[in-house]
Design a protein around this ligand. Structure first.
Ligand SMILES: O=C(O)CCC(=O)C(=O)O
Ligand SMILES: [Fe+2]
Length: 350
């Protein structure tokens, strides 16, 4: 942490007790607001967390995407959907993003004990997958949204565990949302997003199975690396070397010119069932998990309902910037009206 680091006192109030003018003013200044307590029963959080943990542990094939993926489990898990569209979240988003809202993406972020930091980064563009060298926009904002200085996409990050300062809480550089910092593509093992792929692989078999399931390096396809039938005869060191060699052409983003010490750095420990709302243009990341406990969170990306989600679909292209086949993807109308005729929506739940 930089000398400018400080710990933010969790909000004493929640979205209901915080005036929306105050929320909007803090958001405009800092680029984030939180933590906001959602007041959810622990039993609900634990049920969802248990299902997500099992999905992660068993590298479950995502029924919508045909392979392992940490994305969009809210489309299959109604309890997760109910959390990510909780009235406190939606009511807090409206003054920032407008009355018509689509939840279009979610992503599970687990930090197991010993897992490393996530480097400082911004998601500045249209979710093209530029951080792994792709350029396939996930969003096409309306002309009106583009002309406005207001954001057209925001992220809500919800904790499912009590996250203390030792567990790699999410952190923000307050006020950094006004400037886009350049990125440079480097070998993926040097990028902001790199995590030790061998942290919880105990054998060559683990490595081969996870690589074949595309469950060893987030968003990166590795199913081609161990095609040979004799892959299971490799030693663990041979399997590690083979995986790293197979990734040698893969690039990842490194943030340039960003000096954390020039900003107030806000670390955000929070209790399970709290969230932070932030503009992905605000520089953010998280420290390592130095505790023996799991740190589980899910983020939800919300956009204005006049945004076209996955514009590439209209050209018959279905692989998104994270290398996922999004033919079965749907948006969730979380508030107001659907304003773009080409968006595909999840039918309303009872
Ligand atoms: O969970 C984290 O550590 C970071 C999450 C993040 O980068 C995001 O939600 O965009
Ligand atoms: Fe991020």
């Amino acid at each position: 942490m930089s000398p400018a680091s400080m710990l933010q006192e969790p909000d004493k109030g929640d979205a209901q007790t915080t005036g929306s003018d105050d929320l909007a003013a803090r958001f405009a200044r800092d680029g984030f607001v939180g933590p906001i307590s959602l007041g959810l029963p622990r039993s609900l959080l634990d049920r969802v967390a248990t299902r997500l943990d099992a999905m992660l542990t068993h590298h479950q094939v995502h029924p919508l995407y045909g392979r392992f993926s940490v994305r969009d489990w809210h489309l299959l898990d109604d309890e997760l959907l109910s959390i990510l569209t909780h009235p406190h979240i939606v009511d807090s988003l409206k003054p920032l993003l407008g009355p018509d809202l689509l939840l279009w993406r979610s992503k599970v972020f687990v930090k197991r004990p010993g897992e490393s930091a996530l480097g400082w980064h911004q998601e500045w563009g249209a979710f093209n997958g530029e951080e792994i060298g792709n350029d396939r926009p996930g969003l096409e904002p309306s002309t009106e949204a583009r002309a406005s200085i207001a954001p057209w996409n925001l992220t809500v990050w919800v904790s499912f565990d009590d996250i203390d300062a030792s567990m790699g809480p999410i952190h923000f550089a307050a006020g950094s949302q006004v400037r886009r910092f350049p990125i440079e593509m480097q070998p993926i093992a040097d990028s902001e997003f790199w995590h030790d792929p061998f942290l919880d692989t105990a054998s060559a078999r683990d490595i081969v199975e996870r690589a074949r399931a595309n469950a060893i390096v987030l968003d990166i396809r590795t199913d081609h690396i161990f095609r040979e039938a004799d892959a299971y005869t490799l030693t663990i060191d041979e399997a590690k070397a083979r995986l790293l060699a197979g990734l040698s052409g893969q690039v990842g983003a490194v943030t340039l010119d960003f000096e954390a010490a020039r900003f107030p750095i806000i670390e955000m420990p929070m209790s399970a069932g709290s969230c932070v709302i932030f503009s992905e243009r605000t520089m953010h990341g998280s420290g390592p998990n130095a505790s023996p406990r799991r740190r589980l969170a899910v983020n939800a990306r919300y956009t204005r309902a006049d945004t076209l989600v996955y514009p590439m679909r209209l050209r018959g292209e279905t692989i998104d910037g994270s290398n996922l086949d999004i033919r079965a993807h749907r948006c969730v109308l979380a508030a107001g009206r659907s304003l773009h005729p080409d968006n595909l929506l999840l039918p309303p739940r009872d």
